[in-house]
Design a protein around this ligand. Structure first.
Ligand code: PEP
Ligand code: MG
Length: 916
């Protein structure tokens, strides 16, 4: 479309030039459409598929779609239509009118249209729609005459007034609903459908009066003005609060904008040969290949959505209108074959004639997604890479754990962060001992704590679920529970735990010990009372998809596992090895915590050695179990890195007991013991334990601890090797920040390892490497790599130290930051590519300058998060490591990353040199 504009020449003179106005309007009418599926960003999902269907010969009412480019121009110009816009609408309308055989505003043959939003990604119910546009005091008569149904025509008019008043004129629809209720009462009508035509006329007059009162202007009678206003309102609904919130939650871009589709109305409410419905080409809950849907006879689409009447099964359509049903079956088959995906189709039958109003790829559960993807490969509809990309990796988590029944209705009393997707129901208890005691009686419990510590582990383990009011996604509770695949909601800021009085408060709700609650892991919600849960089932299709993912992925997947049971679980999910054994987690068992405490509290080397020696057999046994469970795959074992405070008795508790005994002058022996503990706690007290005496700093100052651990690892490795079990320990130093630290700890490790293998007379291949979790380590990775044979990025600490956000306290400000868009996502959940990611890139690049084939992995919680896995693939990591329950998710994410960005060559599976 040519437009003449004045432009300056390079010499500064004005010259008339002809520019092309963008094509803002795409028609679909009479079996021909200007648009197609591939134009989704421009025409929105609805608009592009209506065009595609028209070209396929599917019966679609005629219409046109206004592009997102028009939205952008309108939005950018301060809500003004761009030049040439309305002219294009007029010609689109003319084509529509010709195809429909009626005209907007024609009193005899009035055209009615719907004006609908449509973004490139479906945002169900978030934006606005106007139906029955074109009605006024004159055209209502034309509609009544043409349909020979006066009641129907006036019902459409009153519906139009309500929807237009609400969406376009900003009048709360309750005002219109109140008028309807009054008319119904007066007419003695039970339902809307019982209101007679005369009463509807009265209602229309009342509604028009309401519009005049609220806006100071009469209801616009000119259909062209109605259309103009409605298009603007749908454009503007992109900025409605609910739409903005939806985009924030689903991380959709604000600048995409919405297209607007104007389409001839078809009526499902013309009598018993009409109706409206929604159908799916396969079952969206299970994925089963069966035609599935709902239908309402004599109804408009909004009646289905509003839930006023309960829709019937599609069999009802088959019985009442067999011809339309047969046609619908043929169309859904055609559309599924065409799109090669399960379709969610909206349809209307008007006087026995079928129209398709929308088709899209149907939303589905994780289980359905897997089944549909695998079965479509078997049916030769799609290939394996397509199938792998069809399943959202995160949706697999629903398949691995118990979840809340999707049909359950409830309201939540509090909201936290969900550490796992698992849901749980149980009685509230506030301390771990009570949890154990109650669980032993066969009761299900939910452990509710302000935060958890290693002392709580026994109670956490027996609990169905864990709820904490403090802590983020890498807090103690979250990390431990995730490893078990257990339900855990952390950082529920509204929950105030009052353990003394045996209750917690959440807003106005008070929940007492013993009361049953449900934690919905998928959403982080806390609900009073039991909700129905559904069990996970590992289907054959799931295993098939996992196999395909493993074949494709070049970034391997390992598990973070601390016990032989975890290691077995990890193998069940096809983990390629263990990427992180947190050895401090092996100390969480009841009989071990006091020894660890003794080790930490020891005042001299002798006392510490004694405690350490008592720990050695426990560690060796655990390592033997893990090696056997994981053979022949590698196992990375991290030397001790406890934030010491997590293992110590609470200073507050010690002081309380000490003061009580002091005042009562009883139990002098305990009093003296407590005095010693108090003094030691004071000496160990750190202002900032996360940045304190932990990681290799501990191993360097107390070398006997690391020496014992290396000995236990190598003794275990030699023991199983003697039994013919293939074993590959990779010993990992935590929290390295300087070359000197790495050199010292590396030398110590090798010295002890060599001594053990010499003593035991067995050669076992082993490696010595380091975590990269201090930003400085990433920057000097080339130097560190001189002493390390592999790297594993500890992105929990690396994120903490890069942002300077405490892992345990981020919950205090994160919701605010997310709400205000100061952060795109929780950086402890989704790897921050810009900052933390840059350090990772630098670390890998510099490390591989020293060791070309350096093996590099990640073992922070990001290792199981799909977009972080994609990043790890892109920067050339050898593997990612995550909790056993996340392993399938990570395999699928790694496969998808390989499909979208294939690596030139697979990353090395081995490190540089190897001690053997
Ligand atoms: C990390 O910091 O990413 C890590 C894996 O170690 P931890 O969570 O045990 O500190
Ligand atoms: Mg760490």
């Amino acid at each position: 479309m040519a437009v003449t504009k004045m432009r300056k020449t390079p010499k500064g003179k004005l010259r008339a030039v002809s520019t092309r106005t963008p094509k803002y309007v795409y028609s679909f009418a009479n079996g021909k459409a200007d648009g197609r599926s591939a134009m989704r960003p421009l025409l929105g999902g609805k608009g592009c598929e209506l065009a595609e269907m028209t070209n396929l010969g599917v019966p679609v009412p005629p219409g046109f779609t206004i592009t997102t480019e028009a939205w952008a121009a309108y939005n950018g110009a301060g809500k003004k239509h761009p030049p040439g816009f309305w002219k294009q609408i007029e010609s689109g309308l003319a084509r529509l009118e010709a195809a429909a055989g009626s005209r907007l505003g024609d009193p005899d043959r009035p055209l009615l249209v719907s004006v609908r939003s449509g973004a490139r990604v479906s945002m169900p119910g978030m934006m606005d729609t106007v139906l029955n546009l074109g009605l006024n005091d004159e055209t209502v008569g034309g509609l009544a005459r043409r349909t020979r149904n006066e009641r129907f025509a006036w019902d459409c008019y009153r519906r139009f007034l309500t929807i237009f008043g609400d969406v376009v004129l900003g009048i709360d629809r309750h005002g219109f609903d109140a008028l309807l209720d009054r008319v119904k009462e007066k007419a003695g009508a039970k339902t809307d459908a019982d209101v007679p035509a005369d009463a509807l006329k009265e209602l229309v007059a009342d509604s028009k009066r309401l519009v005049q009162e609220r806006t100071g202007r009469p209801f616009p009678q000119d259909p062209t003005e109605q259309l103009w206003l409605a298009i603007n309102a749908v454009f503007d609904s992109w900025w409605a609060k609910k739409a903005v919130d939806y985009r924030r939650i689903h991380r959709l871009a604000d600048d995409w904008g919405t297209a607007v589709t104007v389409m001839a109305m078809v009526f499902g409410n013309l009598g018993t040969t009409s109706g409206t419905g929604v159908c799916f080409s396969r079952d969206p809950a299970t994925g089963e290949k069966r035609f599935f849907g709902e239908f309402l006879v004599n109804a408009q689409g909004e009646d289905v959505v509003a839930g006023v009447r309960t829709p019937e099964h599609l069999d009802d359509l088959k019985r009442r209108m067999p011809k339309a049903y047969r046609q619908l079956v043929a169309i859904k088959d055609k559309l599924e074959r065409h799109y090669r995906d399960m379709q969610d189709i909206e349809f209307t039958v008007q006087d026995g004639r079928l129209y398709i109003l929308q088709t899209r790829s149907g939303k589905r559960t994780g289980a359905a997604a897997v089944r549909i993807a695998v079965e479509m490969v078997e049916e030769k509809l799609i290939d394996r890479p397509t199938a792998l990309c069809r399943v959202e990796p995160a949706s697999l988590s629903q398949l691995l754990v118990k979840t809340v029944d999707p049909n359950a209705r409830y309201s939540a009393i509090a909201q936290g962060l969900s550490a796992t997707a698992a849901a749980a129901v149980g009685r509230v208890v506030f301390n771990p001992e009570k949890a154990v005691e109650t669980a032993l009686r066969g009761e299900r419990v939910i452990l509710v704590r302000a935060e958890t510590s290693p002392e709580d582990v026994a109670g956490m383990h027996v609990a169905e679920g864990i709820l904490t009011s403090r802590g983020g996604l890498t807090s103690h509770a979250a990390v431990v529970a995730r490893g078990w695949g257990k339900c855990c909601v952390v950082g529920a800021g509204d929950v105030v735990v009052d353990e003394e009085n045996g209750l917690f408060r959440a807003g106005k709700s008070v929940v007492r010990e013993g009361q049953v609650i449900t934690l919905n892991g998928a959403t982080g919600q806390v609900v009073v009372g039991p909700l129905p849960l559904v069990d996970p089932k590992l289907s054959e299709e799931f295993k098939q998809l996992l196999d395909w993912a493993r074949d494709v992925a070049t970034t391997k997947v390992r598990a973070n596992a601390d016990t032989p049971e975890d290691a077995r679980k990890a193998r069940e999910f096809e983990a390629d090895g263990i990427g992180l054994v947190r050895t401090e987690h092996m100390f969480f068992k009841d009989e071990r915590i006091p020894i660890v405490r003794e080790m930490i509290m020891a005042e001299d080397v002798e006392a510490r050695k004694k405690a350490v020696d008592r720990l050695l057999p426990f560690q060796r046994e655990d390592f033997i179990g893990i090696f056997k469970a994981m053979t022949p795959h590698p196992v990375t074992i991290r030397l001790l890195d406890p934030p010491l405070h997590e293992f110590l008795p609470k200073y507050k508790d010690v002081i309380e007991e000490y003061t009580r005994l002091d005042a009562l002058r009883i139990n002098p022996a305990r009093h003296q013991e407590l005095g010693g503990i108090k003094a030691r706690l004071e000496a160990l007290l750190e202002a900032n334990p996360m940045l304190g005496h932990r990681g290799c700093r501990l191993g360097i100052t107390f070398p006997e601890i690391y020496e014992m651990q290396v000995r236990a690892i190598m003794e275990a490795a030699c023991t199983v090797a003697r039994q013919g079990v293939a074993v590959e320990p990779e010993i990992m130093i935590p929290l390295t920040g300087t070359t000197a630290e790495m050199k010292l700890t590396g030398e110590m490790t090798r010295r002890v390892a060599e001594a053990v293998t010499a003593e035991m007379g067995v050669r076992v291949p082993y490696m010595v490497g380091t975590m990269i979790e201090v930003p400085r380590a990433a920057l000097i990775a080339d130097q560190i790599a001189r002493h390390a044979e592999f790297f594993s990025f500890g992105t929990n600490d690396l994120t903490q130290m890069t942002f300077g956000y405490s892992r345990d306290d981020i919950g205090k400000f994160l919701p605010f930051y997310l709400d205000k868009k100061l952060l795109p996502a929780d950086p402890f959940a989704v790897l921050d590519r810009e900052g933390v990611g840059e350090l990772i890139r630098i670390g890998i690049e510099r490390g591989r300058k020293t060791h070309r084939d350096l093996k590099v992995g990640i073992c922070g919680e990001h290792g199981g998060e799909p977009s972080s896995v994609e990043f790890c693939h892109q920067v050339g990591m050898t593997y990612v490591s995550c909790s056993p329950y996340m392993v399938p998710i990570a395999w699928l994410a790694a496969a998808q990353a390989e499909i979208t960005e294939p690596r030139r060559r697979p990353e090395p599976a081995r490190g540089g040199k190897r001690h053997a």
